[in-house]
Design a protein around this ligand. Structure first.
Ligand code: UD1
Length: 442
């Protein structure tokens, strides 16, 4: 199993490209199932999750071609994928693929809307919580689908005599990102109008909606909590550029800040990271938009001021940045409190950070108190504390937090089980090396 060996203590300097967003590319690949015409996606990141989604779509019988498939020797090069979902042999997402990636559930809405049937495995739990998909099911049922759960599968059909879903007004019980995406895609081909109230507002939803509009969908209000969709009879092909990954950008911002470095994140979008950048600025980090990217300059790890925050839906502080910002708080000055409100079990990085010398106390499953390691008054002392150790990655963003801590720690840190990192970070080691980090896959 691959591990990452990090020799810490070097500040990150230079330029790093930000790749296309995993969480936009995944629903956008599924959107290709809505049409018989070719869909070409540009800026598709090199990720295990993308390979899984392509395998899933190929397994249905669609023609999937990677037109550009650059390797990590060129971190700035961009992947291009072409999909023609015509014909499909089967409208199914089997357990073997879904169990490795929950986002496979995004096939449900498009398949049902276009073919009137879908059989998609229930994803089951995952490391960060139980993560049910009841809201996806409830929404599609409101649009007229008959959905049963049998033998671990969601089996969805249109009732006898119907060829299309019908528009509905759907208010989900909570804000759900993939739930909104599934219902949005389904509604594009439904008969009549659908209103998604309590919709998620993430930039990835906006990007998906823009792609669907290019395909001929009629959508208004994306980016707000109320999305209005007028169903059309058919959608056509399109070319679309995947939006930059705000979580990858945010991760590099934290890594540069925590190591006391200075960098330019090419393609990064300041406007998608308001909550994180606000906290970084309060911590003493200079961050601003510059041309096609973000400039970041750390005051030095010993001068960072720890920041308390709580995760909420966009535009609030993203749960997908919680672990990485906690790593920064660990090395900063002062006390901070981190509250996780989206997932029930998202502090698994804490026990691993403790192994590196962090001072963190979890008061319950959703709240952690951090005692920053920098407490020198004159701001000239090096950061005391973190020392390299072997740590275990438990989920995608937890892994990123361990990498950040490893970059700051003295000596060697080995991050085990980095397949989690490969699921969601495009060429992470190559990019870190480009910034001067001493990292190696072993
Ligand atoms: C997406 C992101 C993930 C991010 C998360 C929250 C993708 C592929 N993944 O995950 O990186 O961490 O948003 O920003 O885009 N819930 C239910 N029932 C449902 C749906 C959700 O109870 O039917 C709950 C979840 O358990 C969770 C909360 O709602 O507690 C939010 O989950 P959701 O927004 O759906 O997360 P995902 O879309 O799975």
């Amino acid at each position: 199993m691959d591990k990452l060996l990090i020799r810490g203590g070097r500040a990150l300097h230079g330029e790093v490209p930000v790749s296309g967003a995993k969480n936009a590319a995944l629903p956008e690949l599924c959107a290709a199932l809505l049409t018989a015409e070719p869909v070409v996606l540009h800026n598709v990141p090199r990720l295990k999750d993308i390979a899984t989604m392509l395998a899933l779509i190929r397994n249905m019988g669609a023609a999937v071609e990677r037109i550009e498939d650059p390797d990590c020797s060129r971190p700035d090069a961009r992947g291009v994928v072409r999909i023609v979902a015509d014909p499909l042999h089967r409208t199914e997402a089997p357990y073997e693929l879904v169990k490795t990636m929950r986002a496979s559930v995004l096939a449900l809405g498009p398949l049902l809307a276009r073919f009137g049937e879908a059989r998609v495995s229930l994803p089951g739990g995952c490391a960060i919580g139980s993560r049910p998909v009841d809201q996806h099911i409830k929404g599609l049922a409101a649009m007229g689908a008959d959905i049963a759960v049998e033998h671990g599968y969601m089996i969805a059909r249109l009732p006898e005599g119907r060829t299309r879903l019908k528009g509905a007004c759907i208010t989900t019980d909570m804000v759900t990102v993939t739930g909104t995406e599934n219902l949005l895609m389904a509604a594009t081909l439904a008969e009549g109008e659908t209103i998604l109230a309590n919709a998620a507002r993430e930039p990835e939803i906006v990007d998906l909606a823009e792609m669907l509009i290019r395909m001929g969908a009629k959508i208004e209000g994306h980016g707000t909590a109320r999305i209005r969709i007028q169903g059309v009879e058919r959608l056509g092909g399109c070319e679309h550029q995947v939006v930059a990954d705000r979580i990858e950008a945010g991760t590099f911002l934290c890594a540069v800040a925590a190591t006391g470095g200075e960098a330019f994140l090419r393609h990064g979008r300041v406007d998608h990271l308001d909550a994180v950048i606000g906290k970084l600025r309060d911590a003493g980090v200079e961050v601003h938009s510059h041309g096609d990217g973000i400039r970041v300059k750390s005051p030095g790890a010993a001068r960072l001021q720890a920041q308390s925050f709580r995760t909420t839906e966009y535009p609030g502080f993203p749960t997908d940045m919680q672990a990485q910002f906690m790593a920064l708080n660990v090395v900063a000055q002062g006390r901070s409190t981190v509250a996780e409100t989206i997932f029930e079990n998202r502090f698994m990085h804490v026990s691993e950070l403790l192994r590196l010398g962090a001072r963190i106390r979890t008061t319950d499953a959703r709240q952690a108190e951090i005692e920053g390691l920098s407490n020198c008054d004159d701001n000239t002392e090096p950061v005391p504390g973190l020392s390299g150790a072997t740590v275990m990655a438990t989920d995608l963003r937890a892994s990123a937090s361990l990498v950040i801590a490893g970059l700051v720690a003295q000596g060697e840190t080995v991050v085990d089980r980095i397949y989690h990192l490969d699921r969601g970070y495009d060429c992470m080691e190559a990019k870190l090396r480009g910034l001067g980090a001493d990292v190696e896959r072993i």
